[in-house]
Design a protein around this ligand. Structure first.
Ligand code: 1HE
Length: 264
């Protein structure tokens, strides 16, 4: 980990090809202050330079209690706009960067914490995880990209329900809603996230790049434009030397087959 003061709010480790990023304000339930966003900005840049995949988790029993309300209470409207736009730029670099991000979720995944998780590509939740959007209760609105990302993930109606009522949703319910892809037992999310990150790190960089960057953009396009971009991306990815070698390896029986899922 870097020895500067910013990095202490967010820990960073490189384990093989995987950057391991930990929100590190457990005494404040990993509430996201301006300095946490700045520290995230730095580690996201570092991960892009040296890792092939990344995991984000929360130190302590909660992933994140969201926006640091203590800091927010005194912001002018212009400061709040700038703050929200800073969150957007950092989360955008997570979501549409060059490496896949997997989030390991436990305890509170609340407000901006859920928005951060929504910017990652795969969400793994422990049984203990609960999801809430208490913005209505607090007299505020989402500002970390949730109205775009969370609404698309679980549907605007479910998000509106969460924001209006402030109710907490269990991990298993969130899985049913499509907000998380995996639910593990207690203490299992980080291991599962590391396993998934290591798996994605084996893909070609170009293929991962296309998945992270073309797929969400195609969702925003007309079918006609989406199909066109799909063809361009298919052509770009399959014409790399790495792709050619991987296709040959399968045909020459040097590469693994797709495995049927294990019985649960
Ligand atoms: C905080 C924050 C915070 C805790 N900002 N300081 N987020 C919320 O509305 C969630 C607010 N937090 C909670 O409801 C609870 O803290 C938890 C359910 C997450 C955890 O409960 P618990 O009992 O484990 O902890 P605690 O005793 O409530 O909190 C411990 C300390 O963390 C305490 O400070 P202390 O000085 O009294 O020890 C809390 O004040 C502090 N703390 N959460 C600041 N969020 C880009 S827009 C996004 C909009 C949002 O994110 S809205 C959602 C805001």
């Amino acid at each position: 980990m870097d020895g500067n003061a910013e990095a202490a709010l967010v820990t960073y480790d490189l384990k093989g090809p995987v950057a391991v990023i930990g929100l590190n304000r457990p005494e404040k339930r990993n509430a996201i202050s301006d300095r946490v966003v700045e520290a995230l900005d730095e580690v996201v840049a570092q991960a892009a330079r040296e890792a092939r995949a990344a995991v984000i988790y929360g130190n302590g029993p909660h992933f994140s209690a969201g926006l640091d309300l203590a800091e927010h209470v005194q912001k002018t409207s212009f400061e709040a706009v700038k703050n929200s736009r800073l969150w957007h730029s950092v989360f955008e670099r997570i979501e549409r960067g060059t490496i896949p991000y997997i989030s390991a979720l436990n305890g509170a995944v609340v407000g901006g914490g859920f928005e951060l998780a929504a910017a990652t590509h795969i969400r793994v939740a422990e049984d203990s995880a609960f999801f809430a959007m208490p913005e209505g209760m607090r007299g505020i609105f989402v500002g970390g990209g949730g109205s775009v990302r969370i609404a698309r993930l679980i549907g605007a109606a479910r998000m509106a329900d969460m924001m209006l009522t402030g109710r907490a949703v269990k991990a298993t319910e969130m899985e049913r809603w499509g907000g998380v892809s995996y639910v593990t037992g207690e203490g299992g999310a980080l291991d599962k996230a590391m396993e998934l990150a290591a798996r994605t790190a084996e893909n070609t960089e170009m293929s991962n790049y296309a998945i992270l960057n073309a797929l969400p953009r195609i969702q925003d396009m007309s079918s006609e434009d989406g199909l066109f971009l799909e063809s361009i991306m298919a052509s770009l990815t399959s014409s790399t030397l790495e792709a050619e070698e991987r296709l040959r390896a399968f045909l020459e029986k040097r590469a693994g087959k797709v495995k049927a899922p294990d019985d649960d």
